[in-house]
Ligand binder design. Structure first.
Ligand code: SF4
Ligand code: SF4
Ligand code: FES
Length: 297
């Protein structure tokens, strides 16, 4: 196995300028799949930025943006990407790093180099429409949550008295599911979750386009994150008030029946959420729901 420091030496090489002057500036090389506009052609561009200890992919991208020059010295538009919290909480910085779906803020350069070799490749997620460069339109992730009503239905701020008690065992069971940050890694890795891209027609109103887009989202697979959140809120004493509505959504077109149980989702979730457990629970609940509906006729 390559030792981390040897591999860093491979990747982090003297830059062209410094080599010419006998210097030893160390650089990080990165190859970014770029796209200037939504629906446009994509192309790779290479960059080289000064190495610093403990860099993550976001800090590499910040340097790429500040120098706005490609590896061959051309002035280019800064690369666009999404991020916010920088501590694996907001879920906004998901991208394909060396072919794996993961969070850019927790992807450390030294560790990437030690496992993957001397150039870091960045691509936008493939299951969502590209807005620009590494920025994708993740509206469908949130539509999935909306579809299964992933919330506790309490309206207003009246004093309703203390909420129902939840046992420590149930809290422990539910807590891992609450860590979902809607990053979409589970969706990117899922073979059943295929890209849905809708483009507004010239003669279409904003409202009509939104309706058509929602229908397109709803006809595709809802995804492991939404299934898991539906199970979380169906297990909550107040949340279960609308459990039937969630089951209706989970058994409609694009629901749990589309899951092929490949288990890619659980393997890539950065929060290690027990997604296959949620999916198994949802499957059992769907069977009970279908029988109940049969007898309710
Ligand atoms: S188990 Fe289901 S949700 Fe998870 S990756 Fe497989 S098909 Fe997708
Ligand atoms: S379940 Fe995991 S991978 Fe999927 S959106 Fe939530 S945190 Fe991300
Ligand atoms: S920036 Fe928030 S998860 Fe990476």
């Amino acid at each position: 196995m390559i030792k981390a420091m040897d591999a860093v030496a491979d990747l982090v090489t003297p830059g062209a300028d410094d080599a010419a002057h006998g210097g030893s500036r160390r650089v990080v090389r990165v190859r970014v799949l770029r796209q200037d506009v939504a629906g446009g052609e994509s192309y790779f561009e290479r960059f080289e930025v000064p190495y610093e200890p403990n860099m993550n992919v976001i800090s590499v991208l910040q340097k790429v943006a500040s120098q706005a020059r490609s590896q061959d010295g051309r002035r280019v538009a800064p690369v666009a990407w999404d991020c916010s919290c920088l501590e694996e909480v907001c879920g906004s910085c998901t991208m394909l790093i060396n072919g794996r779906t993961r969070m850019a803020c927790s992807a450390l350069v030294d560790s990437l180099v030690s496992t993957d070799g001397d150039e870091i490749e960045l691509r936008p997620m493939s299951k969502f429409p590209v807005v620009r460069d590494l920025v994708v339109d993740r509206r469908r992730v949130f539509r999935g949550l909306e579809k299964v009503k992933a919330w506790v239905p309490v309206e207003g701020s009246y004093d309703l008295g203390p909420g129902p008690r939840i046992s420590p065992e149930d809290q422990e069971d539910a807590y891992p599911l609450t860590e979902c940050m809607s990053c979409g890694c589970c969706l990117e890795a899922c073979p059943q979750y295929t890209k849905v891209e809708t483009v507004r027609r010239d003669d279409e109103s904003e409202a009509d386009f939104e309706k058509r887009r929602k229908a397109a989202f709803d006809s595709g697979f809802v995804g492991a994150h939404a299934i898991s959140q539906a199970m979380l809120f169906n297990s909550h004493p107040t949340g279960r008030m609308i459990a039937d509505e969630r089951m209706e959504a989970l058994t409609a077109k694009g629901g749990i029946q589309m899951c092929g149980n490949a288990q890619n989702c659980v393997a890539v979730c950065p929060k290690h959420i027990p997604l296959t457990r949620s999916i198994a629970r949802a499957g059992r609940a769907a069977t009970v729901w279908a029988i109940k509906k049969l007898f309710d006729r």
